[in-house]
Design a protein. Structure first.
Length: 294
């Protein structure tokens, strides 16, 4: 893996010069960004992150249907949610593992947690010691949704596979990319993120590991791990914390979208890696230079 000194200047340049405005509309963050009320943005941010597996244009269609049924204020809809009255609104909801009862269960659990705590931030804070690793607090936050009283949706007490999929647990060893993404949106103070939560510091966040960040992490020497896991997220974040200990995941959006946009290509049949802004540290760029010289 590369020394922090070799990565500092290229990554800082990428973070500083990246055209965030040009990529926001191609990112899941565009859905909560529509709402100006912090309570709406918080709730829609969680729902969006929970569904953010697969391409944005695919899960986005299903999410659009849910948001349309919730009306202009999703948080007001959820606070007044009545499963007997409102469940039929989601009858056409489908996305991969998820079916209508999962959307109903999300609204029901969110309704009760908001009634108990006031905001999702306060719900998270109940299980957070206030410092140290973020994993235990994230585990308790996810369990609050999984262990909510959902008998009106799942009468036999067995929640669906689709609903469980919305709230992965750190204790299972996966990277929990979608919940890490939600935390990034809520906690980081600078655009494109919202900085709505003040009880958690950006220094405690872990980078959300999707296929793009995983690949870029290996390409520039942030990790040698071959499987996407919680440990990979910790390793990449620790390397980035050597560059910026107060805000290690600030590079996430630019790294993800650099590969997503095709500016850093890693296919085996790629003859030339397009300029990705990480010249000198990206192994794809170095490989393409060697190919051209040959």
């Amino acid at each position: 893996m590369r020394a922090a000194g070799a990565l500092r200047e290229p990554l800082e340049r990428l973070y500083r010069d990246f055209d965030y405005a040009a990529r926001v509309e191609r990112d899941a963050i565009r859905f909560p960004l529509r709402y100006t009320d912090p309570a709406d943005r918080e709730l829609v941010g969680l729902l969006t992150a929970c569904l953010a597996y697969g391409r944005v244009d695919l899960f986005g269609r299903a999410l659009e249907g849910v948001l349309a049924e919730m009306g202009p204020s999703p948080v007001a809809f959820v606070r007044a949610f009545d499963p007997a009255r409102d469940a039929p609104r989601f009858a056409r909801f489908r996305y991969r593992f998820n079916r209508p009862p999962d959307a109903v269960a999300f609204c029901l659990a969110a309704r009760d947690l908001l009634a108990r705590h006031g905001t999702l931030e306060k719900c998270f804070a109940v299980g957070d010691a206030g410092d140290g690793p973020i994993g235990p607090a994230l585990e308790r936050f996810a369990r609050a949704f999984l262990e909510a009283d959902l008998r009106d949706v799942f009468p036999r007490g067995r929640i669906s596979r689709g609903y469980r999929h919305l709230f992965p647990l750190p204790s299972a060893g996966g990277p929990c990319k979608r919940l890490q993404l939600f935390l990034r949106w809520m906690v980081r103070r600078t655009p494109p993120d919202f900085g709505l939560w003040t009880a958690v510091t950006p220094a405690r966040l872990l980078i959300p590991i999707d296929t793009h960040v995983e690949n870029m992490g290996r390409a520039i020497g942030l990790t040698r791990r071959r499987s996407r896991s919680w440990r990979m997220a910790e390793e990449i974040t620790a390397r980035l914390a050597a560059l910026d200990p107060l805000d290690p995941v600030k590079y996430d959006f630019a790294l993800c979208h650099t590969r997503m946009s095709g500016e850093c290509r890693d296919r085996r049949d790629a003859v030339v890696c397009a300029p990705c802004g990480l010249r000198g540290v990206c192994r794809h760029w170095a490989r393409s230079r060697a190919s051209r010289r040959g």
